[in-house]
Design a protein around this ligand. Sequence first.
Ligand SMILES: NC(=O)c1ccc[n+]([C@@H]2O[C@H](COP(=O)([O-])OP(=O)(O)OC[C@H]3O[C@@H](n4cnc5c(N)ncnc54)[C@H](OP(=O)(O)O)[C@@H]3O)[C@@H](O)[C@H]2O)c1
Length: 345
Amino acid sequence: MVIKVAINGYGTIGKRVADAVAAQTDMEIIGVTKTRPSFGCDLAVRKGYPLYCTYDSEEKISAFADAGYVCHGGLSGLLELADVVIDCSPGKVGADNKKKYQQAGVKWIFQGGEKHAMTGMSYTSCANHHENMNAEGTRVVSCNTTGLSRTLMPLYNHCGSLKVECTMIRRAADPGDSKKGPINAIKPVLKVPSHHGPDVKTVKPEIEINSMAVAVPTTIMHVHVIIATLPEGHGLTTESILSMWRDTPRVVLMNGAETGITTTAEVMEFARDIGRTWGDLHEIFVWDDGVKLEGNTLYYFQAIHQESDVIPENVDAIRALMGAEQDWRKSVAKTDAGIAASLGL
Ligand SMILES: NC(=O)c1ccc[n+]([C@@H]2O[C@H](COP(=O)([O-])OP(=O)(O)OC[C@H]3O[C@@H](n4cnc5c(N)ncnc54)[C@H](OP(=O)(O)O)[C@@H]3O)[C@@H](O)[C@H]2O)c1
């Protein structure tokens, strides 16, 4: 069976998820929505994704034809054809959309801008794929939570407990966003702890974690500064932790001194060299020369490409909800191979 996937919200995340889904052999894109005939419509047309209007209003639908686009109808029409809808709308409009999905009887996946309390389930492949099997809907956690989960889960699985403090150094805005800042300041998030660390508990409640955050004037990546306390008798060394992460899907380790990749600018240049669309880096980037275990305390840095680490997670979440693959590692391998093959990599 080929899973029919609708994308509601064809923006930064939506356009990437659409391509990742279209790259899979077990799923297909049956339509994407735009609120109005703006520039993203051309991309959908070029990719061959049927274009729908976010709303059912005849006036809003006919605006697409007036601007020269073929619009196949409103959201309700798209939902009638779908098995699952990936909601990539801006955060906090989810509750209204969820009612529409439930009325239409389709499964739904929200993004990290929505609260766990609204969805009741959250998802990261390495943490709780199995708990999401056959669920009605879920939320793929934010880029930061996804990044934290990727490197903390193997540590937790080895140690059986973990206490973590982390500082999130956050990009101010996405590259295509002209409205957000700061552009000349460092802005602390004064709500302490920030939501990022505690959000990990929505996928792995057993990890004790807190975070603080600052936004800085950059658009390309987030950096995490992480201090983890391992339990007595953990039996790990810096080298064994590095090798654990080398065996972890969607984590990439490099030596800053040897490669010359010492800042997020070079990480993103490396990502552009790989050849994924938009210069995306789905993997979490860890500098191996910035990792140090001293007694029970582990120190490390990691960099997160905020626009893309969650993209393959959405594909894996579809397989979980649809009961299509129980083993998260198999789903991850299939997703990543599909994306690579579609790009000839
Ligand atoms: N950007 C990131 O770095 C990032 C990373 C991880 C998670 N997320 C999360 O992903 C979600 C989407 O973020 P984004 O960065 O992709 O936002 P975005 O670039 O602003 O795109 C949002 C899209 O949603 C559409 N939209 C607006 N109102 C809608 C509604 N009521 N129903 C359905 N669609 C609607 C917009 O359509 P039009 O363009 O047609 O107006 C736009 O294309 C958020 O929950 C965000 O927190 C974002």
